[in-house]
Design a protein around this ligand. Structure first.
Ligand code: GKR
Ligand code: MG
Length: 439
């Protein structure tokens, strides 16, 4: 960390308003289809965490974030620390977490890099985000205001999402895994059929293909097939850094007039900057820049043209708006990244997205791939959009039966962390974590 020393705030300023009387952290496992990426394949069940904050006014707010063990450990600490704090302690949540702030920041990659760097600051921010969203939900329910109003008010009534296409198997290679009827998608025809179903069912008018699964020529063919089937649709390809700089440059040149942007074609600021400089194709990222600390070098090198914010990584909805201001200042675009998530996170994403004026790209969401949820009335997509709720708080209700069921599943199972490499090994025992770049 650099910069001016900050005033200690742990004891907290005087604040009126409701007080947090109880904080509950519930780890759950949710069903996930066999979606392929450069690391391997999604596990049949993936961990998420639901946070509930209850106040002395009898109001409860909810939040959601990653549920891997390291996140849970921090969340359990924060759950103790927030009790007795005012509901409006959002700006102090990071301080309340405690822990050793002098510990060196590790720079290993998270889930093989699918989520960018893994640092203790980012882990903390990802946990804080769920508490912040729960506090905003509770504040909204207390005041009768929607979360977007607490963030300054929406500037649009609907938030647009893009259809998130994945190469996938029809089913997981293990008995009793959750199943769906999407079938497989392993070539350009399969990808186009998946996109068509997404368009018919949800009205998506732009598409992103998760790449880094097959050699680049095959993925270029899939993008060209999508272009032929959807002549007007903005298209994106995201190999999660699986290409060398030279491959990134060659794919960018091939798809220069086809894609809206390429997402993380290669790893790191230097490589991204070179791909952009040599091709002029805009590059988006949820790997090269996922924390405020990574912004200065990446922006200075012109390594990213669109930051895909993720309110979990960045520390919540207020932090996402701070990121939006930074991007605006430096002329960098902003959109939204997603990992497997449920309706609480979709509600949070939609509220914050509705308040950012210059959100010029359809946001990512995995939500259409999920067959279950922890909210009573899952969102519907129409015309590729989700309506922004004007109901108090997030505008959703927790489905307590489902929450209990998914928590029982977590207790009964042994999945504690996302691990796409091990999941792939079930079908292909010789599979090891791919060395990057793969191509
Ligand atoms: O769900 O396999 C996946 C994605 O690869 C996800 O983990 C990424 O974080 O969606 C993400 C991305 O845009 O890179
Ligand atoms: Mg990405």
């Amino acid at each position: 960390m650099t910069g001016a020393s900050s005033v200690p705030v742990s004891s907290g300023p005087t604040t009126s308003g409701p007080t947090i009387t109880r904080a509950t952290v519930t780890p759950i496992l949710i069903g996930d289809p066999p979606l392929l990426n450069t690391q391997g394949v999604h596990q049949p069940y993936t961990p998420r965490m639901i946070v509930e904050l209850e106040t002395d006014a009898g109001v409860t707010g909810v939040g959601e974030t990653y549920g891997d063990t390291d996140y849970l450990t921090i969340a359990e600490r924060l759950a103790v620390a927030v009790v007795g704090q005012p509901l409006s302690c959002l700006n102090r949540l990071g301080t309340l977490v405690g822990g050793d702030s002098s510990a060196p920041e590790s720079t290993r990659l998270d889930v093989g890099g699918l989520r960018g760097v893994r640092t203790s600051t980012k882990l903390t921010a990802s946990v804080v985000s769920a508490f912040e969203v729960a506090a905003l939900d509770a504040l909204g329910r207390t005041t009768g205001l929607p979360v977007h109003a607490l963030l300054g008010g929406k500037v649009r009534d609907r938030v647009e999402y893009s259809g998130y296409l994945f190469y996938r198997w029809a089913e997981h290679p293990v008995p009793d895994a959750p199943a769906d009827d999407w079938g497989d998608a392993l070539d350009p025809d399969g990808v186009v059929a998946q996109a068509q179903r997404f368009a018919d069912r949800y009205g998506f008018t732009s598409f992103k293909l998760k790449g880094g699964v097959f050699p680049p020529e095959e993925e270029i063919a899939a993008i060209n097939a999508l272009r032929a089937a959807f002549p007007e649709a903005p298209l994106r390809l995201d190999p999660n850094g699986a290409w060398s700089v030279a491959t990134g440059i060659s794919v960018a040149n091939e798809l220069a007039n086809v894609v809206e942007y390429l997402e993380d074609p290669t790893l790191g600021v230097t490589g991204m900057s070179e791909v952009y400089r040599k091709t002029g194709v805009p590059l988006a990222t949820n790997m090269c820049v996922t924390t405020f600390a990574e912004v200065p070098a990446a922006f200075a090198a012109d390594a990213v043209q669109v930051v895909l914010s993720d309110h979990h990584f960045w520390g919540g909805l207020v932090a996402t708006r701070e990121l939006a201001a930074l991007c605006r200042t430096f002329g960098v675009g902003l959109s939204m990244h997603s990992n497997t998530h449920l309706g609480i996170s979709l509600a949070a994403m939609t509220h914050v997205a509705s308040t950012v004026p210059d959100l010029l790209y359809a946001c990512d969401t995995h939500r259409p791939w999920q067959t279950e949820d922890v909210i009573t009335e899952p969102h519907t997509f129409s015309g590729g959009c989700v309506d922004v709720s004007d109901a108090p708080g997030l505008g959703i209700e927790l489905d307590r039966d489902n929450l209990a069921r998914f928590h029982e599943r977590w207790k009964a199972g042994d999945v504690r962390n996302r691990d796409d490499v091990s999941a792939m090994r079930v079908a292909r025992p010789e599979w090891t974590q791919p060395a990057m770049p793969r191509w």
